[in-house]
Design a protein around this ligand. Structure first.
Ligand code: C2E
Ligand code: CA
Ligand code: CA
Length: 684
């Protein structure tokens, strides 16, 4: 069986997953932000540098080139002037000469206004100094030309002016080279900035991509896992991990196809725990859940791998045993299952016993489709339950009618209370010291309009399940108190009435109020009322149970523990409860005369009661030999068919008048093995 799901880790997991995903998303967003920031800043650098290249340096170069051209032009014009005699032509050339000079000056001024580096500034300064040398020489040449001394002018031009001009030009070339150099450096810087940007962008984009892939993978894994878990939950029982009804039906269909093809039998087993409700009601749901898990584990372990085990809900399990050739093979498995399920369960340091009832339907005799087989196994299970639990029952067609009966009973139950169909029968409890009837136990019967008188086994479960037991119990308590008050009035004023209280009734908030009300209305003295509680009721929340019993006892009534020895109570627990009477279960009385172990057990229970100052009643005394054994052991009070079956109120007076020592043929002296119990058992 799969392990029980670890709910704590399941709660934590989504939080951890969520945090991891959020961190992933944030990391990715930050990376994308960095990429964008770096991209933008590097773009700025690149733009800046390109602007420098395009705007500034191109312009600088242009200006330098203009200066070079003007300087060259001026030298050329001067050379031409030395060769020309025509005064008009000369004037024209002189105008051009001056124009070139102006162009040069404008270009230089523009250049000076621009952002220049140190080297450029140095070169411009040098150029200005050289111009200062070249300019007077040029003026001298022009003056000579103007005075028509052309040969002298040519001489000065070639010897002084052109070399001076060449020096200026050389500086301008240097300036041009420098400008080019700066431009190249700027474009190189732009390129480098781009390379850096590209590197970072590749790196960060790669990282963002990686984080994105990881986040996507995590999301994908998480969602697949969730959807797998959902799928699993949809077809499995969350508590035990076993398949649920849906998956079970599916597998059963497959098994049917297989069985049909291979002409084999299939056994469908419907399993219901016998006392689960009691465990749940008295020990709490946590213990109930643990019990269910252990049952699931045992079932799974008891079967073959290929057999199907599923939980339908509550304490209902189903098993499919496939591929079998005969019913005996199935029954063999069922026997094994009853044995393993009946072994004690260890839950929270407590030992629990819980048998189960199993209904079996066989394919193909009891049905050929899954729903019929399941329904019929369920019907057979009810049969096993009503025949005394802890057993199996094979389905037969007649059971359907019974199942319908039960359904009908369920419907009838709704009207039974208002039609006063529930009545009490009474059974005497006889004191073996006095031979008188100390008390009568009130036992519910249903006077069914069609079925006649029904015993509690036929309907008590239904009453409990529907919660009707509260209303029925309240009404019958009133009836019992009124009836006993009447017996008191008829002269049997020592008579007590014992009323059974179920777990639901015991834990109901109105119990105290109901008891108080019944006593008040009937006028019955409180000490004449006993409430019988089973051990199971008390064992859940022991402290609350003790508190409740003390509240009840404060009203003056007596508390008996019923069916002692069949439930969970250890002797150690017993002393914690403020009880008055202990009723030894029929099971121990049954073969007391022949089974020394039971005899020894009854003897020790009697000793225990003496030690704890409890009254004792032995239940289910059917035979003379049982009575004699009990008498010999010193049991003070007995109840059972030997004395009387439960009888309607009108028959009780006769029984109350009976002197039982004579009737039963025993002497009134209780033997010395266990001395007589305290007063509570011999009537308040
Ligand atoms: P219980 O309290 O243990 O009652 C004793 C049962 O044993 C009764 O069955 C009684 O008829 C039967 N009995 C008495 N003497 C003998 C005997 O010598 N041999 C055998 N074989 N049986 C004997 P009954 O009346 O069918 O009641 C069954 C159970 O139903 C009771 O067991 C009690 O737990 C429950 N019950 C009965 N009446 C009420 C009720 O008014 N309220 C609640 N909550 N439970 C009730
Ligand atoms: Ca009882
Ligand atoms: Ca009993």
């Amino acid at each position: 069986m799969p392990a029980q799901p670890d709910t704590s880790s399941r709660h934590l997991r989504p939080v951890a997953w969520g945090a991891a995903l959020l961190a992933g998303f944030i990391a990715q967003l930050l990376l994308i932000l960095f990429v964008t920031m770096i991209g933008l800043s590097q773009l700025d650098v690149t733009t800046d540098n390109l602007k420098t290249v395009v705007d500034v340096h191109m312009r600088k170069q242009n200006l330098t080139k203009t200066m070079v051209t003007s300087a060259r032009e001026r030298t050329l014009i001067m050379l031409m002037l030395t060769k020309i005699d025509d005064p008009f032509e000369r004037d024209e050339l002189l105008i051009r000469f001056n124009e070139q000079g102006a162009e040069y000056a404008v270009a230089r001024l523009a250049l000076q206004d621009m952002r220049l580096n140190k080297q450029e500034q140095k070169l411009i300064l040098k150029q200005q100094q050289l111009i200062k040398i070249a300019q007077p020489i040029q003026e001298q040449v022009i003056d000579l030309i103007s005075a028509n001394h052309n040969p002298e002018a040519e001489d000065v031009l070639i010897k002084y002016s052109i070399p001076a001009q060449n020096q200026v030009l050389a500086v301008l070339y240097q300036l041009d080279t420098e400008t080019q150099e700066v431009a190249r450096a700027a474009s190189h810087k732009a390129y480098e900035a781009q390379t850096v940007a590209r590197f970072w962008m590749y790196l960060l984009c790669g990282a963002a991509l990686l984080v994105g892939v990881i986040v996507a993978a995590v999301v994908l894994r998480y969602t697949t896992r969730i959807s797998h878990e959902r799928e699993h939950l949809a077809i499995h029982d969350a508590l035990t991990g076993l398949p649920n009804r849906r998956l079970f039906m599916d597998r059963l269909e497959q098994a049917l196809v297989h069985a049909n093809r291979h002409k084999t039998l299939i056994g469908v087993l419907f399993i219901d725990l016998d006392n689960f409700k009691r465990v749940n009601d008295t020990l709490g749901h946590a213990v109930g859940d643990q019990l269910i898990c252990q049952v699931a584990k045992r079932l799974r372990a008891a079967l073959r791998e290929e057999d199907i085990v599923a939980r339908l809900g509550g304490d209902e399990f189903v098993v499919v045993i496939g591929d079998v050739d005969g019913v005996t093979q199935i029954l063999h498995v069922v026997d094994k299952m009853l044995a393993v399920m009946g072994a004690p369960y260890q839950i929270s340091e407590r030992e629990l016993f819980n048998s189960c009832s199993i209904g079996i339907s066989i394919y193909p005799t009891d049905g050929v489709n899954s729903s019929d087989l399941l329904k019929n196994a369920d019907t057979a299970m009810y049969h096993a339950k009503s025949s005394g639990k802890n057993r199996y029952h094979l389905y037969d067609a007649a059971m359907n009618a019974m199942a319908e009966d039960r359904l009908q009973l369920d419907t009838d139950l709704h009207y039974a209370l208002e039609r006063n169909e529930f009545v009490f029968y009474y059974q005497p409890q006889v004191n073996l010291n006095t031979g008188r009837t100390d008390a009568v136990e009130a036992l519910i019967r249903w006077n069914h309009p069609h079925k006649g008188l029904l015993a509690p086994a036929a309907f008590l479960d239904l009453l409990e399940d529907t919660g009707e037991i509260i209303n029925v119990g309240r009404k019958l308590l009133m009836t019992a108190c009124n009836q006993t008050a009447r017996w008191h009035a008829a002269g049997f004023s020592d008579l007590s009435i014992a009323v059974n209280v179920s777990g639901k009734e015991f834990w109901h908030d109105d119990l105290i109020q109901n008891v108080r009300h019944a006593l008040k209305q009937s006028g019955l003295p409180p000490q004449s009322l006993q409430l019988e509680l089973t051990e199971g009721i008390l064992m859940g929340d022991i402290d609350s149970a003790v508190r409740k019993i003390l509240e009840l006892k404060a009203l003056g009534i007596t508390i008996a523990i019923d069916d002692f020895g069949t439930g969970y109570s250890s002797l150690a627990h017993l002393k914690r409860f403020p009880l008055d009477i202990l009723k030894i279960d029929r099971y121990f009385v049954m073969d007391i005369q022949s089974d020394p172990i039971n005899e020894a057990l009854v003897n020790s229970i009697l000793a225990l009661c003496k030690g704890l100052n409890l009254g004792t009643v032995a239940e289910g005394v059917e035979s003379q030999s049982q009575l004699e054994s009990l008498h010999k052991l010193g049991c003070p009070v007995v109840q059972g068919y030997l004395i009387s079956r439960p009888a309607p109120a009108e028959n009780i007076i006769t029984l109350l008048n009976c002197h039982w020592l004579q009737e039963l043929g025993i002497s009134g002296d209780v033997p010395a093995r266990v001395s007589a119990p305290p007063s509570s058992s011999s009537g308040p």
